[in-house]
Design a binder for this molecule. Structure first.
Ligand SMILES: [Zn+2]
Length: 476
């Protein structure tokens, strides 16, 4: 069906021939960022009735505490940030493999969940995924897990069956991942930067996907990627736009020439990642102006008409993880919604953000309570962003400027209040040892801060007239 004749003159595949986009990710090494954090930004792209819930899952035996961004009923959409500062999400990356090789039904959702519950570092998370894939088999076509902690970022590409490879993002580089494999060379002897299945090259040879005689050196992306996704216009241009934004250089739209990661031309921060995640190709000649068979009118770029969550994980090593690790949550399309900061140290999420009173119930019913979500849970705050989007999307091109003015104003207020709040937080840890102080008061303060943001009440201040450890929280 996807003959070479469908290639556009530029050599890249026209969008409508392939299918939808399924997420986008950027990971910035700690030496590329203004505050020395590892930054990981991820757009979650899905259609259908998607409902975002946010839970704090408490620590239990054999289980870390974690923040959980949940989409009920889905196997490959949830985001996690655990108490060790390990964040995980994923991008769908179709492979060439069409043969199943599974034990006990194989793994899919279990991979990210096990990472959230067990991993203490991003590197350990990669090993957990590799072990699950090798012992049980992966049951979907292909995927790349994106993982970061306060020290480093990794991507781990898995293939249907028992094949996988993972690569570390260098501290001075930024990686950009659309919906195709991007790991090129593989050197499993370099265990600082790579892990993978030991037969990753020989299996590709066996399948006829790689030949040393005709192809030269081995490239994972060329051998294992579904070829139509490798040249898919939407993937190529999204990767190009982000790399151009980071480097200031003009690139050719050819996936063979894109590096795995780039050195940015300045230090970057949260605001830069927002610019990338809300991009519709404005910084390239390839504006995504085509329309799909949908009732609305929105250019499909890195921000798409099906982006249901955009998250930026800010992972700082020079503070206690409770306050050093922040998940910035944009509940919908990043071109119209602001990002709110959620600290890892919270012990409860605001009630408007979850369906059940306990995280245990949510875990138990993740795959069973999936019908009629809007009818059954009408009070969830997420529907407000869904309705805002439905409203904007009726006339996006004419309304986007005024919508973005209001959004920018709100985002700037959130940044300003956040900067003030971070000064207050300094009272709650020792800067030399990074040890947290007055933990109970700190948890109350963080809970009130996040709840206040969604009530429009953000003057959360500790009462300085009280002695340390007895800090009263006001969020009225
Ligand atoms: Zn948009």
């Amino acid at each position: 069906m996807l003959a070479a004749a469908m290639l556009a003159p530029s050599g890249i595949m026209q969008a409508q021939e392939v299918g939808s986009c399924n997420c986008f990710c950027v990971i910035a090494g700690r030496n590329t960022t203004i505050d020395g954090s590892v930054l990981m930004a991820h757009n979650e792209d899905d259609s259908g009735e998607m409902m975002l819930n946010m839970y704090v899952v408490p620590r239990a035996e054999q289980r870390n505490k974690y923040l959980w961004a949940e989409f009920p009923g889905t196997s490959d959409c949830d985001h996690f940030l655990n108490e060790w500062g390990v964040a995980i999400a994923s991008d769908g990356c179709p492979s060439r493999e069409d043969r199943d090789d599974l034990t006990d039904g194989g793994v899919l959702y279990e991979t990210r969940l096990t990472v959230a519950q067990q991993a203490r570092t991003a590197r350990e998370a990669v090993k957990i995924i590799g072990h699950l894939v090798e012992t049980r088999g992966y049951k979907a076509s292909g995927r790349t897990y994106v993982i970061a902690d306060t020290h480093e970022g990794w991507i781990c590409s898995v293939v249907r069956g028992r094949h996988w490879v993972a690569k570390r993002i260098a501290d001075d580089e930024v990686m950009v991942l659309p919906n195709n494999y991007i790991i090129d060379e593989v050197n499993l002897a370099d265990t600082l930067n790579y892990y993978g299945a030991s037969d990753i090259v020989s299996y590709a040879q066996q399948c006829g996907w790689y030949s040393p005689e005709t192809d030269g050196r081995f490239s994972f992306k060329k051998a294992y990627c579904d070829p139509k996704y490798y040249t898919y216009e939407h993937n190529v241009i999204r990767q190009l736009c982000a790399q151009q934004y980071l480097t200031g250089k003009t690139l050719e739209p050819d996936p063979n020439t894109f590096p795995f990661a780039v050195k940015p031309n300045r230090k970057i921060g949260i605001a830069d990642l927002i610019q990338i995640m809300q991009c519709h190709g404005e910084n390239s000649e390839h504006k995504f102006v085509y329309k799909r068979e949908r009732p609305w009118n929105h250019p499909v770029g890195i921000c798409t008409d099906v982006t249901v969550l955009s998250a930026i994980f800010q992972l700082r090593a020079n503070m206690p993880r409770e306050v050093g690790c922040v998940m910035w949550v944009c509940a919908g399309r990043p071109c119209t919604e602001p990002y709110h900061p959620w600290y890892l140290g919270i012990t409860e999420s605001p009630s408007c953000w979850h369906r059940y009173n306990t995280a245990e119930e949510a875990i138990g019913r993740h795959f069973s309570d999936v019908e009629n979500k809007r009818i059954n849970y009408p009070d969830a705050i997420y529907w407000q962003s869904v309705d805002r989007w439905a409203n904007y999307a009726t006339d996006w091109y004419n309304r986007i400027d005024s919508v973005q003015q209001r959004r920018d104003s709100l985002q700037n207020q959130l940044f300003e209040r956040h900067a003030k709040f971070e000064k207050i937080l300094k009272r709650f840890f020792n800067p030399n040892t990074q040890e947290a102080k007055h933990r109970d008061a700190l948890e109350n303060l963080l809970n009130a801060y996040i709840a206040g943001q969604y009530r429009g009440k953000t003057n959360v201040v500790p009462d300085e007239s009280l002695p340390p450890g007895h800090i009263r929280v006001s969020c009225d």
